[in-house]
Design a protein around this ligand. Structure first.
Ligand code: ZN
Length: 202
């Protein structure tokens, strides 16, 4: 059954191979990514599917540097595992990127956060079943009918972050994405710190 048959708009991308993205926050991004990996919030499922991704807002409007697809199994990332998203069309589930690797397929959720909250300069997407179950409906939670990797999820995130209280929380549960949470903040340290703080409280 294809995504189209299930009523989804499948994720598509245009990738321009290039050098590792230059951004002043790349060292921070890599350091915090490795910490989240050690905490088990980013990694790989027993079935071999990578999960979790980080990004930082780019200097040009509509751009961000994000971890590449299929990097979850690495304990340590280097700049060659990052790419620059240069444009997004949320309704078409489509993005363009330039760098050594293809952007994570969940990058459009990051784009939705940047679009909805101008104060967000970094976004962290993690997976943690116990945390997801504990916070679902208690912390800000996106519409449970909106599934991971769909335009509906991007719209649900935009709707949720229209609420100032949800923006202030710096973390929300992806209601229709089992295990999925997103933390964000003015810096990579703040975004990752919001995720780790939620984990330590659980
Ligand atoms: Zn996910």
């Amino acid at each position: 059954v294809t995504g189209a048959e299930r009523g989804y708009v499948q994720f598509r991308y245009e990738w321009e191979p290039g050098t590792a993205p230059a951004h002043h926050a790349v060292p921070d991004l890599l350091r915090w990514r490795d910490r989240l990996h050690r905490a088990g919030l980013i990694g790989v499922t027993p079935g071999g599917i990578g999960f979790g991704n980080l990004s930082v807002r780019g200097s040009e409007a509509g751009t961000f540097v994000v971890t590449g697809t299929g990097t979850g199994h690495h304990a340590t990332l280097s700049p060659e595992h990052l790419t620059l998203v240069t444009g997004c069309d949320l309704d078409a589930n489509f993005l363009t990127c330039r760098g050594p690797v293809v952007a994570s397929s969940e990058s459009l959720s990051h784009a939705a956060v940047y679009g909805a909250d101008p104060a967000a300069c970094a976004v962290v997407h993690v997976h943690h079943l116990a945390l997801w179950e504990r916070l679902h409906g208690r912390a800000p939670t996106s519409d449970s009918a909106a599934e991971a990797g769909t335009p509906a999820m991007a719209r649900a995130i935009a709707r949720l972050l229209g609420d100032p209280a949800a923006r202030a929380a710096g973390l929300f549960v992806m209601g229709g994405h089992r295990e999925g949470l997103i933390a964000f903040g003015a810096s990579v340290a703040e975004a990752a710190g919001n995720a780790l703080a939620a984990l330590s409280r659980s």
